[in-house]
Design a protein around this ligand. Structure first.
Ligand SMILES: Cc1ncc(COP(=O)(O)O)c(C=O)c1O
Length: 432
């Protein structure tokens, strides 16, 4: 059990809460990870707050105009009526059409109708409830969104097995992934979670890497191991370099092998700049799955939804439907993505021409909201605390030696000052 959970249990032990908590209730805790560090930064990051996974402009979330315009105009049934457990059918259909447009490699009849869930986190958790038993093997990159271990290990009691995201040459570590899957294969089934663009590094595999990754998974499925691959596409669409594979990795997996089930977990959260809406989607595909199978699987998903969240937000679904069907939608989204791409290019230029901060090695990044430094000397938590307390700058420390910067939440004009201060602080603390 995690030491934070033990501490909470000790405090609750003399009370009726301590005497009645379930085993899950005893295991669960709130980690001192990204959200806790972000909360600390909200109070003290008076200069720049580069902790949060959202896109800000002049300190405000970047809202799409159609969403803003429609907010006061909704009818009561558009705003507050219950939505069906699997979500509004018009929205499910439109999200699927959009998915096919964005991922031309997907054949319409070979995937399920996306089910609406309250955000990607909920989609991952529901998929985990459906496919993970205690002690099953679950594989993900060791640098990852900190909710993965909490969901898979603490909540679902899986045996997690991680791999380094990059080889020593800075390529996606396909061999490490395959080895981790084989290590986790004790129950005859392995769940792998892939997340591109990746949190925290901001990396998406190149076209060649994506192809090789899919081939490696098919080769493993061919041995008889049952593979469930969750594709967490939270940051889908924010690709800034030509060689990045610009479709979801799901495209290469949904029809690849009868022993490989691909689950696409995506949503409006980051793709459509509506972080607090809580609208995500769960879509399934596997070689050989037919209409009747999709219908049965949909009933399973509905049961899982019914027993947890019952249904997702109606107002979020209505506004998203209006947004996706608006004539200006695509044009505006391209503009918003350009704002983030411009920041990406500025960061790349700063790193190419920097003179200080050489103890900070940027990990490969080409997409998404973030980039991560690996510290060649010193502790990232020490650097984070120094930046927050003496410079009013919020960053996220991960493990012992990684520092994540959410350049998505800092205006382009401020990036030079942000990075200059980080470099100076690293030099001052750990030597040039
Ligand atoms: C990799 C990854 N997946 C999922 C999420 C959460 O998405 P949602 O807010 O839709 O639950 C995040 C958000 O921070 C993330 O970084």
């Amino acid at each position: 059990m995690h030491s934070i959970a033990e501490d909470l249990n000790q405090r609750l032990a003399p009370t009726v809460v301590g005497r009645t908590l379930s085993r899950f209730g005893q295991r669960i805790y709130f980690p001192k990870g990204i959200v806790a560090q972000s909360t600390e930064a909200k109070k003290s990051a008076t200069t720049f707050n580069a902790t949060v996974g959202i896109a800000l402009s002049d300190g405000e979330p970047m809202i799409l105009p159609t969403i803003q315009d429609n907010l006061p105009r909704l009818s009561p049934s558009e705003a507050i009526d219950y939505a069906p457990p699997g979500g509004d059918n018009k929205l499910r259909t439109l999200w699927k059409e959009e998915m096919l447009r964005k991922n031309p490699g997907i054949l319409e009849s070979k995937i399920s109708l996306p089910a609406v869930v309250p955000g990607i986190t909920s989609g991952i958790s529901l998929a985990a409830d459906l496919f993970i038993d205690e002690n099953d093997g679950v594989v993900f990159t060791d640098l990852c969104w900190d909710n993965y271990p909490l969901i898979f290990e603490t909540r679902n009691q899986a045996r997690c097995c991680t791999f380094a995201p990059f080889t020593s040459h800075g390529e996606f570590n396909i061999q490490g992934m395959s080895e981790a899957i084989l290590k986790a294969a004790h129950s005859g089934k392995v769940v792998l979670i892939l997340n591109f663009p990746h949190n925290p590094t901001g990396y998406t595999p190149t076209k060649d890497e994506a192809k090789a990754l899919a081939e490696a998974l098919v080769a493993i499925a061919e041995t008889g191991l049952q593979l469930v691959v969750m594709c967490d596409d939270a940051y889908f669409g924010l690709f800034y370099e030509e060689e990045a594979y610009r479709q979801s990795i799901f495209t290469l997996l949904y029809n690849a092998h009868e022993n490989l089930l691909a689950i696409k977990i995506d949503g409006a959260t980051k793709e459509d700049y509506v972080w607090g809406f809580r609208v995500g989607f769960l879509t399934f595909g596997s070689f050989g799955l037919k209409e009747d199978h999709f219908d049965a699987l949909n009933q399973k998903v509905l049961g899982a939804i019914r027993t947890t969240i019952s249904s997702s937000s109606r107002v979020g679904q209505t506004l998203l439907y209006k947004e996706l069907s608006s004539l200006v939608y695509h044009g505006i989204k391209v503009k918003y993505a350009k704002v983030l791409e411009e920041r990406f290019k500025t960061v790349k230029k700063i790193l190419e021409t920097r003179e200080t901060g050489k103890s900070l090695k940027p990990l490969p990044f080409n997409s998404g909201y973030f980039m991560t430094f690996e510290l060649e000397r010193g502790s990232s938590e020490e650097l984070r605390k120094h930046l927050l307390r003496t410079e009013g700058i919020g960053t996220i420390a991960l493990q012992e030696r990684y520092l994540r910067i959410a350049y998505s939440s800092v205006d382009n004009r401020d990036l030079k000052a942000l990075y200059g201060t980080i470099f100076q602080a690293a030099d001052q603390l750990f030597g040039v």
